[in-house]
Design a protein around this ligand. Structure first.
Ligand code: ZN
Ligand code: ZN
Length: 296
């Protein structure tokens, strides 16, 4: 038996930064869409989703006034835990059966993300059994900025590792979920794409060619044989994490590599490897999981 790494990254050198989760006065945000869009643009963002609660705000009316790529989105909110519909064609209506919501988002050809799992006093906005049972979604928010000032935990890599370890192949997204000026530029996604078009950003977000960050910048994520190379601009430490959150390696460098154990069974038992890159001021970048498979 031999082992291979299955990476979602490509050799494209361009990276584009954006936030997929933004509220405005169209629902419970404090500022109108044009002000929110101008704020993100002034911070150098490349793309943005306005994603109000249960309403699809048509971003085309704002596109001529910004150089950012605006992507239509909805946060499906009523009657259950919140689900993000990114690159929405038609608004998906809330249904108390969340599998119906997921199915309709996929039928709409949108990207489907389960939001802020660890929000609330019980740290359980998204019950874990429900996340385990739902079928067909693309990933979860592993960092949600607004939860920094609310009850619960902004970070949800614990949920992600549990789901990945149970065999779900899911991507981890980082978003602001901004409602007020102070919520802006907390967490974002950096997508590998030739150009910043809606279609190419959609493909990167859908296929896992992106990483989530609260400040650290990654230049490349490459694999060769059974080795993963991660090159960052500003990380001070990189940890490689495997099945059920086990840390396989900690290196205090900006450029690091990790090689799978030589024994194929041992390598296979790790299931996946993902990198957490820690920088100054508590900032982090999270790569997508690179899956460990048997060579057929
Ligand atoms: Zn929400
Ligand atoms: Zn929200």
């Amino acid at each position: 038996m031999s082992i291979k790494l299955k990476s979602s990254y490509t050799n494209i050198k361009n990276w584009f930064r954006g936030n997929l989760h933004t509220h405005t006065t169209e629902s419970d945000g404090s500022r109108p869409p044009e002000i929110v869009i101008a704020d993100y643009e002034s911070r150098g963002y490349d793309f943005l989703c306005i994603s109000d609660h249960d309403i699809l705000v048509d971003p085309s009316q704002y596109q001529q006034d910004t150089s950012m790529t605006l992507i239509p989105a909805v946060e499906v909110s009523a009657h259950g835990p919140h689900i993000q519909q990114v690159n929405a064609n038609n608004r998906v209506a809330p249904d108390s059966d969340r599998q119906v919501v997921v199915r309709e988002i996929i039928a709409d050809q949108s990207i489907c993300i389960l939001n802020h799992p660890n929000w609330g006093r019980q740290y359980n906005h998204f019950p874990h059994d429900l996340m385990e049972s739902l079928d067909g979604y693309h990933g979860i928010e592993i960092y949600n900025g607004v939860i920094q000032r609310l009850h619960g935990s902004a970070l949800a890599t614990d949920r992600w590792d549990r789901l990945l370890s149970d065999g779900h192949r899911l991507w981890g997204y980082g978003n602001d979920d901004s409602h007020q000026p102070g919520d802006v530029e907390i967490a974002w996604n950096i997508v590998q794409a030739k150009d910043c078009t809606v279609d190419q950003i959609d493909a990167g977000l859908r296929n896992g060619s992106f990483y989530a960050s609260t400040g650290v910048t990654i230049s490349s994520i490459e694999t060769s044989g059974t080795t993963i190379h991660v090159k960052t601009k500003d990380a001070q430490r990189v940890c490689f994490v495997s099945k059920l959150g086990v840390i396989q390696s900690i290196v205090d460098e900006a450029e690091v590599s990790y090689t799978l154990p030589e024994d194929p069974n041992q390598a296979l038992s790790l299931s996946y490897i993902r990198a957490e890159c820690y920088g100054s001021g508590g900032s982090v970048a999270w790569t997508q999981p690179i899956f460990i498979e048997e060579n057929a």
